[in-house]
Design a protein around this ligand. Structure first.
Ligand code: NCD
Length: 317
């Protein structure tokens, strides 16, 4: 069994996890080490220390989620927290209550941490200001999804042993993807060479991510890549462009057993899920047990979120 990593002297000074920028370098390394430590418990079906016993975790997801919501729930359960999932479909927002009022009401019931997913990108920082509990971003509009980036980093580290110097091609609908944004920030900070690959209309605005190269063809985009990370076409965020955004995409940029050969021989594919088979990735490649890390990413969701909750709620203990 791995040894529990030593907590850095200062841990999560921001007291929240809304964006990758809330994490110091030592926070990132500690969370990744702790995630690996907890991965051992999950793998062996061994009980983890109940470090969150007595703490209350509320999961407030205003947008659809399978992986993120469930893995936050499992993470909290394994650490012994009391957990409430708020089914937003049954909450009072349908009676006209604002999202902030809904969250404040939940927090007043004694929450220690609230995990929030919402389309509104500013909501998380508003909640961080008005609530007395820690706020964790479980997905904010097209902007940030820091725990997804952390679990992706944990997956890459587990597969390759390191992240520094790895070439990571983030492919597809970068423009509407909070996963792409958080991964670009986190993986670059960990020394990876991140690049965005896709047609111009799916790239972010020119003044964003100016340090990340953009490549508009798969041949150059995958050249020398260790990882091809596919993104879901986020049709629900495209407005009027949704009908045409994916036209011709699969033929030119789709990840398949053929196109992955453009990358390094040992290259692996990733996808945060949910995936659209035949839209951004071929189902046979996604299911390839050797080349695809997709289910490994799902696995790492639980220990990584255990590490995040533990780090946030037991700072200084
Ligand atoms: C992503 C999300 O919701 O941000 N999925 C996830 O959390 N695993 C990506 C997506 O919706 O495409």
């Amino acid at each position: 069994m791995s040894v529990r990593p030593t907590m850095p002297e200062e841990l999560l000074a921001a007291k929240r996890l809304l964006a990758v920028s809330d994490l110091s370098d030592s926070d990132i390394h500690y969370i990744l080490d702790l995630a690996e430590h907890y991965a051992g418990f999950v793998q062996r079906s061994a009980p983890a220390p109940k470090r969150l016993a007595g703490k209350t975790q509320i999961n407030l997801f205003f947008e659809d989620s399978t992986r993120t919501n469930l893995s936050f729930e499992l993470a909290g359960v394994k650490l012994g927290a009391d957990i409430i999932n708020v089914p937003v479909s049954a909450s009072s927002i349908h009676k006209g209550e604002s999202l902030v009022d809904t969250a404040q009401t939940m927090a007043a019931m004694g929450a220690d941490v609230m995990v929030v997913r919402a389309r509104e990108e500013a909501l998380h920082s508003t909640l961080d200001k008005v609530l007395n509990c820690a706020v964790v971003n479980g997905g904010a509009g097209a902007k940030e999804h820091p725990t997804q980036a952390l679990l992706d980093a944990a997956t890459i580290r587990a597969e390759f042993g390191d992240i520094e110097g790895r070439v990571i091609a983030v492919c597809g609908d970068v423009k509407h993807s909070r996963v792409a944004g958080s991964n670009a920030h986190l993986l670059s900070r960990l020394g990876a060479e991140v690049r965005f690959v896709g047609p111009a209309h799916l790239m972010p605005a020119d003044d964003q991510f100016t340090n990340i190269p953009r490549i508009d063809n798969l041949k150059d985009g995958l050249d020398g890549a260790d990882i091809a990370m596919a993104l879901r076409m986020q049709f629900e965020r495209m407005g009027d462009d949704a009908g045409t955004a994916a036209r011709g995409y699969y033929e030119e940029f789709g990840l398949t057993h053929d196109t992955i050969k453009l990358a390094k021989p040992h290259a692996r594919v990733m996808h945060p899920g949910p995936m659209n088979r035949g839209v951004e990735i071929d189902g046979a490649l996604a299911d390839d047990k050797e080349l695809s890390l997709i289910l490994r990413q799902v696995f790492y969701g639980v220990p990584t979120r255990m590490a995040c909750l533990d780090a946030l709620l037991t700072r200084g203990e």
